[in-house]
Design a protein around this ligand. Structure first.
Ligand code: CO
Length: 133
């Protein structure tokens, strides 16, 4: 089942499309090491219409509430200031043809949510970020 195989690597590339999709629903990294993640917007639509970011949430964060609170926070990449403490790492919000790369320390081993915070995208654009021990 090659399509089920998840590569464990701390160098991660995620593509996001004009069809409001991430290229992966599950990312696995090794704990205790930095992670370098690149988000590529492979589409052509502007970030005002089809913006994407990649945001990693602390465990225990209510993903839906986080996304809904952020929907009005355009000036801060749709991350509500009151919920900024729930964010482990986040890329810039990008439009078609753009990329954003971030480096951060892998959090404690466990399973975390990632999402795109652009309004309405979280329902589809989310997935699991697994840190191996
Ligand atoms: Co998006």
């Amino acid at each position: 089942m090659p399509s089920e195989t998840v590569k464990v690597s701390n160098t991660v590339t995620v593509d996001a499309t004009d069809a409001m999709q991430f290229s992966t629903k599950r990312i696995e990294v090794n704990g205790g090491e930095p992670v370098t993640l690149t988000l590529n917007h492979t589409g052509t639509m502007s970030k005002d219409i089809m913006g994407h970011n990649w945001v990693l949430l602390k465990q225990g964060t209510d993903l839906e509430a986080f996304a809904l609170d952020g929907a009005g926070a355009k000036d801060s990449n749709y991350i509500a200031a009151a919920k900024a403490e729930s964010v482990i790492a986040a890329t810039e919000l990008i439009g078609g043809g753009e990329s954003s790369t971030i480096t951060f320390d892998a959090p404690e081993p466990g399973i975390y949510w990632f999402l795109c915070t652009f309004p309405g995208h979280y329902a589809v654009m989310k997935g699991e970020f697994v840190v191996r021990g």
